[in-house]
Design a protein around this ligand. Structure first.
Ligand code: 13P
Ligand code: SF4
Length: 313
């Protein structure tokens, strides 16, 4: 077992030897930020994977993100340092379930959040992420029936923002579903001048929009993880209530130091994201593991839905 500095040095050497880059999601551990070539949200990381000249992409994120990279960059080697890095939201709809849902609505357009398996994407017309879900739905002709999934809170948010009447799958992320109205109210009293920033997967997102409409909340923004980083850098506020996985606060402190960040819920931790460590990232590069591949028949169908997502917003 190497010490931290030696592990980082060895990772940098192996990156050069293998012509590899490391893409890291905003929820990764701080030491992973330090070795990453690029840190971002799902949409930004998909775009990076599609456009890089590297031969190897080490994906420090969760399985569906590495699979998306494998779909967009089939000639590159995509490595996921831990196969335990799953996603409860992606697990909330299977390809079989989507097939049955589509049979009930044969003329509907299917919009699925990118947090899904490649097999689900292959049955999807448009993928979307938290940063472009509204634009994706707005791009679909108004007379079309829409099946939206798998996140019901994101679905309710998009429905309200677009005014579209959609069928919404009742899936959720176990981390974000735990955010409730009482968390909003408690912190609103404690920090009356703070700006609220919430991820659209949050269980309290509809209440937040209702409170804004009613004038019961002065300022709140609903944003993707990278949208949140941009907001804390650009906003004139000095205190922010952060409604998402708490790991992102370290990134905020780095990108916009000197401001105060209060988690909406302190124990909101995605244990799947934290399966990625310096040690298993080193092992991934040393042993070229775990290679994530998608069969050609699934990949070609899934790519169409992802390409539409990458092109919008
Ligand atoms: P972002 O695309 O906003 O980074 O969200 C991904 C995710 O899994 C949030 O839980
Ligand atoms: Fe999946 Fe939720 Fe973790 Fe995001 S926070 S990767 S949606 S389990």
């Amino acid at each position: 077992m190497l010490d931290i500095q030696a592990t980082m040095k060895r990772i940098e050497e192996l990156k050069r030897e293998r012509n590899a880059i490391i893409l890291a999601h905003n929820y990764q551990l701080p030491e992973i930020y330090d070795i990453a070539d690029y840190i971002g949200d799902s949409l930004e990381l998909s775009r990076k994977a599609a456009n890089t000249d590297a031969d190897v992409i080490v994906f420090c994120g969760v399985h569906f993100m590495a699979e998306t990279a494998a779909i967009l960059a089939p000639n590159k080697t995509i490595l996921l340092p831990s196969l335990e890095a799953g996603c409860s939201l992606a697990d909330s709809i299977t390809a079989e379930q989507l097939k049955e849902w589509k049979q009930e609505h044969p003329d509907a357009v299917v919009v699925m959040y990118v947090n899904t398996t490649a097999e689900v994407k292959a049955l999807t017309d448009y993928c979307c992420t938290s940063s472009n879900a509204v634009q994706v739905v707005e791009s679909i002709p108004k007379d079309k029936e829409i099946l939206f999934g798998p996140d019901m809170f994101l679905g309710a948010y998009v429905q309200r923002r677009t005014g579209r009447d959609m069928h919404i799958w009742p899936g959720e992320c176990h981390v974000h579903a735990g955010f409730r109205e009482e968390h909003l109210q408690k912190l609103q009293k404690k920090h009356p001048n703070a700006e609220f920033i919430l991820h659209p997967e949050c269980g309290c997102v509809s209440q937040c929009m209702f409170m804004l409409d009613q004038g019961k909340l002065d300022s709140a923004k609903i944003l993707s993880t990278s949208g949140m980083i941009k907001e804390v850098k650009e906003s004139s506020a000095d205190t922010f209530i952060i409604g998402t996985e708490v790991g992102i606060i370290e990134r905020m402190k780095r990108e916009a130091p000197g401001k105060t960040y209060v988690p909406l819920k302190e124990n909101a931790v995605c244990e799947y994201m934290k399966k990625i460590t310096l040690q298993n990232t080193l092992e991934a590069l040393e042993q070229m593991q775990h290679v994530i591949t998608v069969s050609d028949d699934v990949r070609i169908k899934a790519k169409q839905a992802i390409d539409r997502m990458v092109a919008i917003g």
